[in-house]
Design a protein around this ligand. Structure first.
Ligand code: ADP
Ligand code: MG
Length: 564
């Protein structure tokens, strides 16, 4: 029976391949990092499944990755004895991009190579990066637990299609043969390969083996090496002591755990002892992933128990408002056979999570205090998400409030720079409230008649123009004892900011305007609740105000847009 079939790549894969080959050309060697990263993930998955099913390890329990070059055939082979893939899994993982939101992502590509190259890094290219250096890739694999007769061979030249065939394969795991393109012979060189592995993959916790290098005997004759040796340190990076890890190693480890192409913005690494003993190595990315707002998104922090990978989950180890955090938590206490269901209600996990949240907030405090540029980057990428925390995390609300940044009438430019502490420190004498306005845009906020009296008195008003701001102001009603007050709600009480002559003049003006207000009220009838003279306005004749406890006009618009 011929079981060979030819299948077409998903449209997005074709686009990705095209784009990648052009845009990553200047950084070719990262293909090896990606393939090694996948092999390491495959070993993690096997170790985890083998906890319940030790038979999966067959007679081959020592997990490793091998890299071998064949100069005559001009091939480079990367082999692992990890989990492997079944035929269905090969189709699902290699040939389709399973990430949700992929289609939407590709619709955003502009056709401008420079811009798209930037975007593609954010998407992550993984396995397909093999085609930067190879014009044909042959992947042979067998899933752990399946018989040798259910091996699978996948082959493609990286254009529109690939072939798939069921083959005999005694060894468990995956072998990837790269048939190198013309001009890529540098990747056949032993020393070059060793350098690339050390540069990008030293942090991988299992041995990455290469054939022992050749040596020279007494007569100066070359003697081929025998057997294999590990090229990397092969110990879990997070378990090493901080002083032994270089920044470069921290960065490369981030790219592996986060499946990201860019450097991280910052990280925190600590061993925690106490009621729970664990190690955390958590990173803040330097840019938001394309699926930050996708509810299906699965990526998050990885949980290990004594170096064994247990799971990666976006929701259990970090709260939603810190869903951008990546990295590893390795517990010394949890049982190895811990299931997702148990994790769901585990108090131990709750304690670890609470501790890690504090670490991340501490890291952000530190950036905010000591590295304004990095904090501005953080805020631009993730500020909107962090804002959700004000409503979500009651215990840390005050701490999160300090991390918020807003645009304001007292700052030029749209970049939100003002913290609530900045605002409070420059409040006017007699001012006891923090004033803000919510609007669809900065221009709309600045054009609002509600700001007139504040401008006249030189009082700062925060300009809140993000969708999430309505929820922020609903949950954050005060900061360090100062109430947050919308300039567009209720009767405006400027407190001590109004002096006696202001009040007298206002009273007089109100009296004079009363007959007019009554006539307008009669004309508008039920369309308004009340028409009243005000001191809010200095230039505009009239404005709309909502009741103190009613929804703001802006929120009402947002809800309408959302179909509620
Ligand atoms: P990512 O690693 O971000 O998931 P990749 O493109 O690197 O994306 O890999 C796609 C998928 O292919 C992986 O998620 C995995 O399921 C599968 N895969 C790739 N390489 C291997 C391998 N060596 N062993 C088992 N599965 C693999
Ligand atoms: Mg990968």
């Amino acid at each position: 029976m011929s079981n060979k079939e030819t299948l077409g790549f998903q449209t997005e894969v074709k686009q990705l391949l095209q784009l990648m080959i052009h845009s990553l050309y200047s950084n070719k060697e990262i293909f090896l990092r990606e393939l090694v990263s996948n092999a390491s993930d495959a070993a993690d998955k096997l170790r985890f499944e083998a906890i319940e099913q030790p038979a999966l390890l067959e007679s081959d329990p020592a997990l490793s990755i091998r890299i071998e070059a064949d100069k005559a055939a001009r091939t480079l082979t990367i082999t692992d004895n990890g989990i492997g893939m079944s035929r269905a899994e090969v189709i699902e993982h290699i040939g389709t991009i399973a990430k949700s939101g992929t289609k939407a992502f590709f619709e955003r590509l502009t056709g401008d190579e420079q811009k798209d190259a930037n975007l593609i890094g954010q998407f992550g290219v993984g396995f397909y990066s093999a085609f930067i250096v190879a014009d044909r890739v042959t992947l042979t694999t067998r899933r752990a637990g399946l018989p040798a007769s259910e091996g699978v061979r996948w082959e493609s030249e990286g254009h529109g299609e690939y072939t798939l065939e069921t083959v005999e394969r005694a060894a468990r795991g995956t072998e990837i043969v790269l048939h190198l393109k013309e001009g890529m012979d540098e990747f056949l060189d032993d020393w070059t390969l060793r350098r690339i592995v050390r540069t990008y993959s030293d942090h991988i916790s299992l041995p990455i083996e290469m054939k022992k290098a050749a040596s020279f005997d007494e007569d100066g004759k070359e003697v081929a090496g025998e057997g294999y040796e590990a090229v990397n340190q092969a110990s879990a990076l997070w378990a090493r002591s901080k002083s032994e890890i270089s920044d470069e190693q921290y960065r490369e480890f981030y790219k592996h755990v986060a499946h990201d192409f860019s450097d991280p913005l910052a990280w925190t690494h600590a061993r925690v002892e106490g009621s729970q003993e664990y190690t955390e190595l958590l990173y803040i990315p330097s840019r938001a992933p394309f699926d930050l707002y996708d509810r299906e998104r699965k990526q998050g922090v990885k949980l290990y128990v004594r170096r064994v990978f247990i799971m990666e989950d976006a929701n259990k180890l970090m709260p939603m408002y810190l869903r951008f955090v990546r990295g590893v938590i390795d517990s010394a206490d949890l049982p190895l056979n811990v299931s997702r269901e148990i994790l769901q209600q585990s108090r131990d996990i709750d304690a670890i999570r609470a501790g890690c949240v504090k670490k991340v907030l501490g890291l952000l405090d530190d950036l905010a205090a000591n590295d304004a540029d990095k904090y501005a980057t953080f805020w631009r990428e993730f500020g909107q998400v962090l804002k959700e925390g004000v409503g979500e995390d009651f215990a840390n609300k005050a701490r999160i409030a300090k991390l918020l940044r807003f645009a304001s009438t007292h700052e030029d430019g749209a970049e939100p720079k003002v913290s609530l502490a900045d605002y409070v420190s420059r409040m006017q004498a007699g001012q006891d409230k923090i004033y803000y306005i919510t609007a669809d845009s900065r221009a709309a906020a600045l054009g609002s008649p509600h700001l007139e009296v504040f401008r006249k008195k030189g009082v700062e008003v925060l300009l809140l123009t993000d969708r999430v701001d309505e929820w922020v102001t609903a949950s954050l009603t005060e900061f360090e004892g100062k109430p947050l007050v919308s300039v567009a709600k209720g009767a405006l009480d400027l407190g001590e900011l109004e002096d006696e002559s202001d009040k007298a003049a206002q009273k007089e003006a109100e009296e004079a305007a009363r007959p007019l207000a009554e006539r307008i009220s009669a004309l508008l009838g039920d369309a308004v609740k009340e028409v009243r003279p005000t001191a809010r306005l200095t230039d505009s004749p009239a404005c709309l105000v909502v009741g103190e406890h009613e929804m703001s006009a802006h929120l009402e618009r947002l809800l309408k847009q959302a179909g509620q």
